[in-house]
Design a protein around this ligand. Structure first.
Ligand SMILES: Cc1ncc(C[n+]2csc(CCOP(=O)(O)OP(=O)(O)O)c2C)c(N)n1
Ligand SMILES: [Mg+2]
Length: 281
């Protein structure tokens, strides 16, 4: 359980990361703000507090796969906060020769083991990695995968879900960014997912649902997931696409749209206001 002071510090840090994300996309004139802003809190807590990234022995080191690869700006900004990417490099996003392409490209120095961006593939790759870890006796290693909710429309996700249960991959922890929107609109109108938790349960997974804006709930879910045995775990995290920017929240057009200069300035102004409110609490 985080103290009130710790919680405040982390929330302020996440708002700073959100500013980085918006600046990266704004300067690149291309990218996906909505789904980057929805998942960044999860990504930050996972990288700063859960993954054992400092472990030198690769056989013991956890693996993270950003299956919803279009949220790469959020991943890069988080990797920068934990010291793997210099802040100024963030603004090379999507430039030729940059390490930071629009979707993650395998780069072990950045702890990006798997190239992603074509949706629907991360869970299958994760199942392979988790199975390999079992076969090789790498018992401490956990495999984490972040999927979008629209991404669950890909049939391969469900084949992977079946296989993970079949092989009892309790070293596999998938997370769904349940922000309710995909590229064309509301997930329930395009290809209804509900009852989503029941579906995963029927596939033999341990399911944990939580409010993805609540830091303690996120950390508790991650801790519980590490201790599940004989089953893979899915964390269904209820989130808001475009979170914290009033004119982007729940709005589908900000899935893959660059903010104009006015929008960019307004978004930064809003983040600064929230930060000031937190600091004065
Ligand atoms: C196989 C494939 N088809 C289409 C796309 C284009 N695309 C990128 S993001 C996206 C929508 C994803 O929605 P969701 O998984 O809900 O992501 P989030 O809301 O978290 O941004 C689509 C269709 C893609 N990247 N890969
Ligand atoms: Mg979505």
């Amino acid at each position: 359980m985080l103290s009130k002071e710790e919680e405040k510090e982390i929330l302020i840090e996440i708002l700073e990361i959100k500013k980085d994300i918006l600046k990266m996309i704004y300067l690149a004139k291309s990218g996906h703000p909505g789904g980057s802003l929805s998942c960044v809190t999860l990504l930050y807590l996972l990288h700063a507090r859960i993954l054992n990234l400092r472990e030198k022995n690769k056989k013991k080191r956890d693996l993270f796969i950003l299956s919803k690869g279009h949220a790469a700006p959020a991943l890069y900004a988080v990797l920068s906060r934990i010291g793997l990417i210099p802040n100024e490099e963030l603004y090379t996003l999507r430039q030729f020769d940059s390490r930071l392409q629009g979707h993650p490209v395998r780069n072990q120095a950045l702890n990006i083991e798997i190239t992603t961006g074509s949706l629907g593939m991360g869970l299958s790759i994760g199942v392979g990695c988790a199975l390999a870890a079992k076969i090789d006796g790498e018992n401490e290693k956990k495999i984490y995968i972040l999927l979008g909710d629209g991404e669950l429309d890909e049939g391969a996700v469900w084949e992977a879900a079946m296989a993970a249960n079949h092989y009892k991959l309790d070293n596999l922890i998938a997370i769904v960014d349940r922000n309710g929107l995909q590229i064309d609109g509301n997930t329930e109108e395009i290809m209804s997912l509900e009852p989503l938790a029941e579906k995963w349960r029927a596939f033999g997974w341990h399911v944990i649902e939580f409010d993805g804006a609540n830091l303690n709930q996120i950390l508790e879910a991650f801790q519980k997931a590490r201790n599940v045995i004989k089953k893979p775990t899915i964390l269904i995290s209820y989130l808001i696409k475009g979170a914290d920017i009033s004119f982007m929240e729940h709005i589908k057009k900000y899935h893959g749209r660059t903010p104009t200069s006015e929008e960019y300035e307004e978004a930064i102004r809003e983040l600064n206001i929230i930060q000031d409110q937190l600091k004065n609490q």
